[in-house]
Design a protein. Sequence first.
Length: 371
Amino acid sequence: MPLILTEEQAMLAEAAGGFLAEQAPLSSLRALRDTRDPDGLSRELWRGFGEMGLAGVIIPESYGGSGLGAVEAGVVAEAVGRALAPSPFLSTGLLAARALIGGGSEAQKQDWLPRFAAGEAIAALALDEGAKHRPDRIQTRAERAGNGWKLNGAKALVVNGHIADVLIVAARTDDGLGLFLVDPSASGISRERTVMVDAQNAARLELKDVSVTADALLGAADGALFGRVLDLGRACVAAEMSGAAQAAFETTLAYLRDRKQFGKAIGEFQALQHRAAHLYSEIEITRAVILKALQAIDAGSPEAELLISAAKARAGKTGELAVQEAVQMHGGVGMTDEFDAGLYMKRMRVAQELFGDAGFHAERVAKAGGY
């Protein structure tokens, strides 16, 4: 399959980019940060996602969505990364939607998917439990209790968990790893908001004898659905990082054209031209790897998992290079809040940790190759 977008996918990219450029400029992120907004995101913007058909990009049309695939989800995620848009698109429109589509009952789908697609509800995936992404070390337990389950454990870095209308909690059972649909207002749940370094928000959760019904388990507790949700999340976070890298690069190019030293634009200096050319090449290669991974998800390819890890590892390294070059080529002022380079650097640092950093995924690729 060619590593280019189809005409329809390119139109989606243009629509998403135009919408976010108009409705979510970087000034809106700064305003949320500086006013210490209690939500940390704009619910009006999220409803706008719904009106544009972006919130429900992967949700079937029968539930009010667009019924599109992983490539289209990645296209929207890339636009979100370019704008640094503080939205629940990842947590709700992708992760929660994928979990419910793959394992929810018809009643659960009818209850939540139309609201996700309309941008009227927010969900959060409660996965990791420590400072690093280690899904193999999840300790949260789900024990049978009568006709239902009881959950006990703690979660960290639950993106948008402080305002979620519904939680999807990863927990171990006697049969394996499962995802549970949980009401955040249920007895035994405590939530603590944490503002991340990029001014976006997550939460810490504690679950003590939280009772849920039997149908709270989405699908089977065999780890299969969990893996599919992670696959989409990892690939789309990589796409978001690619979008942020592109925007940081474009911001730097504009600065190189405008900033003058010794009577000429600093972009005329060959050393900076070489660095910019190298970064451009790295960004384009990374975009191709990410698109290939997204296409593999849609095709159900057995190589998808390997390609996703390659994409996330590559996005981490390229993103790190992009923001470091942005700050350095801006000079000392690049680290001041007046310039946008620092905003991209902070977002890249957080996104690096989501669903595994470059080291985590490089190790997965190496092990798959027999090393």
